[in-house]
Design a protein around this ligand. Structure first.
Ligand code: NDP
Length: 428
């Protein structure tokens, strides 16, 4: 059997302990993977993993309380905050997902509540998340693994819409999920797990890490640069949250371990790892390097956002759209739905999408590098996220290319003739 057949099982087995190792390495080993590997070598791999994970395997009461309050607030915000009705793209089975577009308001209120209740009212220390982070990750791991099992059972017994199906293999179905748009008690599961839990936890966690550094050493400009860029990234995400509902995560990837565990554990543990590392390394960059990283990182975030807007806006305007002062160039590509209906979509060949089919992935990667570089060069830890992201996005560029080739056939070939490269013109 080929390796790719074992990949889901391998990822399910390896990723949860790895998330715990990221925490332990930062908290106990000075952020040094070399020290972690030497523990594996001297004490044995299983023994070390048990030593790391066992004390927090079931979480801690404080951790469950923090997660419970956070999740309850987010569920409540989805329901009660005002917002226009937004629609996701129609699926091949003619289902149109419906959302309440109140992401930005929920985001601002979440940060306001966190900072107000800590610094303003003194209900808790702003470093509370850092102080309980091991227990939080232990609890999140356990909860998310069970939650994915619940999604599997739900997908089997009571799927929410027409877009679901089983491969017949339990491991693969658990990993990939059965349903595209599951809903539980009126909540859209992926909106909650990906956006309002995973993405929403990211800014709260890095703010708490910055508060911890402030408590221990005073705040460094390296932490400020890293956290400001990450906050800018998440702010843009929530400003355009409805755009996220048109991405591959939502349109294509089902609600299973890959997506839901990924958003509920991998984002809190890995996406925040640079700031976690910086807590104990208050590097001073000086104004020149700080300003340069902010400027380059800010520009990259602008570029990738602008590319996403070009894709969404040209389709919304049915092609009557100006890009960089000129009428947009595009191909009207036909595709056939599962029911045999013929439909049409616009494939842009100008703007960012004319440079390479996923040029915006470069913006995403370089932007993330700019919030990793403040970690300087003592250890690899601050760069783990950006290396992971590069691998993820390169794989995604291939995955999306294969998906679009299957969907659009000759029109995708015509697009490929005009836009030859996937990410970096002339190279990849
Ligand atoms: P993309 O933004 O790359 O969009 C891909 C989809 O756009 C395709 O599936 C296709 O969908 C449509 N499309 C393809 N080519 C064209 C074209 N030429 N013109 C118009 N539409 C086209 O999707 P992703 O979901 O990969 O990324 C969304 C954002 O999220 C990006 O900014 C990315 O950087 C970011 N991201 C971040 C990650 C992280 O972990 N930090 C992970 C993944 C993504 P259709 O079927 O509608 O034609």
């Amino acid at each position: 059997m080929k390796l790719k057949n074992y990949l889901p099982l391998l990822l399910i087995a390896l990723c949860p302990p790895f998330a715990m190792c990221i925490w332990y390495t930062n908290f106990e080993l000075g952020g040094s993977f070399a020290r972690l590997f030497s523990l594996f070598a001297t004490e044995g791999l299983p023994q070390t993993l048990v030593k790391i994970w066992k004390p927090v395997f079931f979480g801690t009461p404080a951790a469950w309380l923090i997660i419970g309050i956070f999740a309850a607030v987010q569920l409540l915000f989805i329901k009660i905050l005002p917002g226009k009705t937004a629609y996701g793209p129609e699926t091949i089975n003619h289902h149109i997902p419906v959302y309440k577009a109140n992401g930005l308001l929920a985001y601002l209120l979440t940060l306001g509540l966190f900072l107000g209740c800590s610094y303003g009212l003194g209900f808790f220390e702003a470093s509370v998340v850092y102080n309980h982070f091991g227990g939080i990750l232990g609890a999140l791991n356990l909860f998310s693994l069970l939650f994915c099992l619940l999604l599997y059972v739900k997908g089997r017994l009571a799927p929410s819409g027409p877009d679901h199906g089983s491969s017949g293999n339990f491991i693969f179905d658990y990993f990939w999920g059965l349903e595209l748009y599951p809903r539980i008690a009126g909540w859209d599961v992926k909106q909650f797990t990906n956006s309002r839990f995973g993405m929403m936890s990211w800014p709260v966690i890095v703010l708490s890490f910055a508060a911890k550094q402030h408590e221990l050493h005073g705040i460094s400009d390296s932490m400020l640069v890293s956290v400001l860029l990450q906050l800018a990234y998440v702010t843009i995400f929530f400003y355009y949250e409805t755009g996220y509902f048109t991405t591959m995560d939502i349109q294509h990837d089902r609600a299973g371990f890959y997506l839901c565990w990924g958003c509920m554990v991998w984002i809190p543990s890995v996406y925040t790892s640079t700031a976690m590392y910086l807590v104990n390394y208050p590097n001073q960059l000086g104004w020149f390097w700080a300003a340069l990283l902010l400027a380059v990182g800010g520009w990259c975030l602008y570029m990738k956002t602008n590319a996403n807007r070009q894709r969404i806006n040209v389709r919304a305007a049915n092609g009557n759209y100006q890009i960089w002062g000129k009428p947009a160039k595009y191909i009207r590509a036909k595709y056939t739905t599962a029911q045999g209906q013929e439909k049409e979509n616009i494939l842009l060949t100008s703007g960012w999408w004319g440079i390479a089919s996923h040029f915006h992935y470069l913006g995403e990667i370089v932007g993330s590098l700019c919030w990793s570089l403040p970690g300087l060069f003592r250890h690899f830890m601050p760069y783990f996220y950006v290396v992971y992201l590069t691998i993820l996005l390169c794989h995604r560029a291939f995955r999306d290319d294969a998906r679009c080739a299957a969907k659009y056939g000759p029109w995708w070939e015509a697009y490929r003739k005009q836009v030859k490269y996937k990410v970096i013109p002339g190279i990849f």
